[in-house]
Design a protein around this ligand. Sequence first.
Ligand code: HEM
Length: 401
Amino acid sequence: MSCPIGNRYADEQDGAQLGEEAGMLYGEYLMLDKVLGAQRMLSKVHNKPVHDEHLFIVTHQAYELWFKQVIFELDSIRSVFSVPMEESQTLEILKRLNRVVLILKLLVDQVMILETMTPLDFMDFREYLCPASGFQSLQFRLLENKLGVKQENRVKYNQNYQRVFGDDPEAVKRIEDSEKQPSLVVLVEKWLERSPGLELSGFNFWGKYQKAVEKLLSEHEKLANECTVEKVKKYRLMDLEKRREVYESIFNPLIHDGLISRGERRFSHKALQAAIMITFYRDEPRFSQPHQILTLLMDIDSLITKWRYNHVLMVQRMLGSSQLGTGGSSGYQYLRSTLSDRYKVFLDLFNLSTFLIPREFIPPLTADFKNNLCYSGYSKDLPEENNKITNGNCTINSNKI
Ligand code: HEM
């Protein structure tokens, strides 16, 4: 297969001269003159060349290029999520989320390469780049906003991050747009709320789950009361009381909403119900892809937290714990404060494990609901042939979700 960009050397070997009609060359297509000509070493400009400044620049540029790709993928994922989608589209979402996850893994590891620079080497050119700082990375802020980091959840110094873009109206506009447009977490929340199985008149997962939890807790209470060692009995009853409170926090919508306003939960009550349901029934074909989506969303949050952590460690290694950042923050101390759960947009997914119940207590799916999830029906919006998506032994209902 010939290279789609054109291969100068192959043509030369064939003795053919490249004319205009042969298409673009590699460097032209990739605009390498721009990309490879963009490493201006300030230490060289100051006639004191520092070898490692080249690595410092290339590393940051590589990050920004990957941020660009992640934002590109996120925008496309958000546009698919923004309307009720066909089940077939979940495959595309999975593919793109997985790509984002792989890129983020790469970004977490890239920190190591920059750590081969010693603090002394860094000191040799740091003063030249002041007041430039990663704090001014527009794409990093867009990425955070598009995922769903909320202004009120940012740590104080970071709540006013827009000020650094004040001189650049285009950047300000992009930031404002990214704050106004529905973020990925908001779109995922709406998608979860549309999950089949929550209808009170249908499968009524939530009603069944509450009953299952009550049964589980009363069995535990019985066992605790049967315990003959007073100390153990007391411990078990105390633990049980705590469990009751935890479950109450999801069964009582008022408590749930209170936790949302304190920033300790993110999803609406209904979306949280759906996430728990999907976790329980992930082996059902209809819930298997949604479960994979939830897992990848958690991976994204985990990897960004890991990146923040690796970056903080690198900053401590380069600057110590009490040197100010070139962007004016307290440096290490500020960055360390961004490691908190406040920056996890899919926080509720991490905490789902709190609400799990043993397999034998999970309400079995009813025949009706199973049939509804997995039947040879047709969505009225789609041509017949698009509607049957076979998966294993059953033909899945391709109703939009
Ligand atoms: C020697 C290496 C590095 C040092 C010493 C360093 C230092 C810092 C410091 C001190 C801050 C806090 C803001 C400030 O006051 O300047 C910061 C923020 C930041 N840096 Fe770096 N950095 C390094 C490498 C990188 C790299 C490779 C990236 C990749 C893009 C990066 C991206 C960022 C971002 C996005 C922020 C803002 C984080 C936030 O506000 O949550 N930094 N950096």
